[in-house]
Design a protein around this ligand. Sequence first.
Ligand code: DC
Length: 223
Amino acid sequence: MIVAIDGPAGAGKSTVARAVADRIGAAYLDTGAMYRALTLAALRRGLDPEDAGAVAELAAATSIELEPEADGALRVRVDDEDVTAAIRDAEVTASVSAVAAHGPVRERMVARQREILTRGGWVADGRDIGTTVAPDAEVKVFLTATLEARATRRADELGPDADRADVYEAVRVRDRLDTTRAESPLRRADDAHVIDSTDMSADEVVEAVIALAELAAETGERA
Ligand code: DC
């Protein structure tokens, strides 16, 4: 079974996807981590994230591996170097939408993601899982929340030193870039269940997604 969880930055996708995967005995695929890993590699080489040709060339030459840890987290390696922490840096976050907007980069990432998803059960999160990567996923969720709620969560994650206005602005800009790009922009698949997590706890969202997965497993049909 494939459970696809798409939605904007800060909606809680990775927390929910990881917990659902753990509960239903599936593996977790964090597709954003793949775009982040490529972005880190590009920045380290001094490439311009807007340079489609250079970034696509780098994507072809770079190996990105995601390895599950015992606690369900994913270890991310780029050309055998552990970059799990580095891909969350602010510079990577600020440039990843530009890298992810390039058509040839997406083609390569989507092909790799489809290859990974062919075997076994998965919970995959991203922006285009239900629309492009796995349009036949048994469960599709579009997880969203208000911009205010998402920016507040991001700021809380970053800690007391984070400037809330800056975080709000960064989330707003990323929303705009991710929803307006020409290549598979962030949008809800027509058959996705919308879950608005603004006033929900992570546990409540996890239970809602698991109920959909159980329904799909029982009926053998898409939930
Ligand atoms: O989920 P995240 O914040 O780690 O994602 C990082 C960026 O990667 C996000 O701004 C958009 C992009 N992305 C994408 O375009 N397609 C995906 N399937 C996953 C992420």
